[in-house]
Design a protein around this ligand. Structure first.
Ligand code: SF4
Length: 61
């Protein structure tokens, strides 16, 4: 499994992650919601979203 962490202190809700990986990230309240873990098949999507985040708020482990 791939662990997804979003730093709520950094995230400003710009939504690029939701655009890059809508199957993982959803804009809402808090600004972005996501499962704590996703299947290995979604690792590339998660990493693309992390790269796209302008605030480097996303960690993929
Ligand atoms: S791209 Fe980054 S700042 Fe924007 S909603 Fe996603 S985690 Fe937050």
């Amino acid at each position: 499994m791939v662990r997804i962490i979003v730093d709520a202190e950094k995230c400003q809700g710009y939504g690029q992650c939701c655009f890059e990986a809508p199957e993982i990230f959803t804009l809402g309240d808090p600004p972005v919601t996501h499962p704590a873990e996703v299947d290995e098949a979604l690792r590339d999507d998660a990493e693309r979203a992390a790269d796209a985040c302008p605030l480097q708020a996303i960690t993929v482990e």
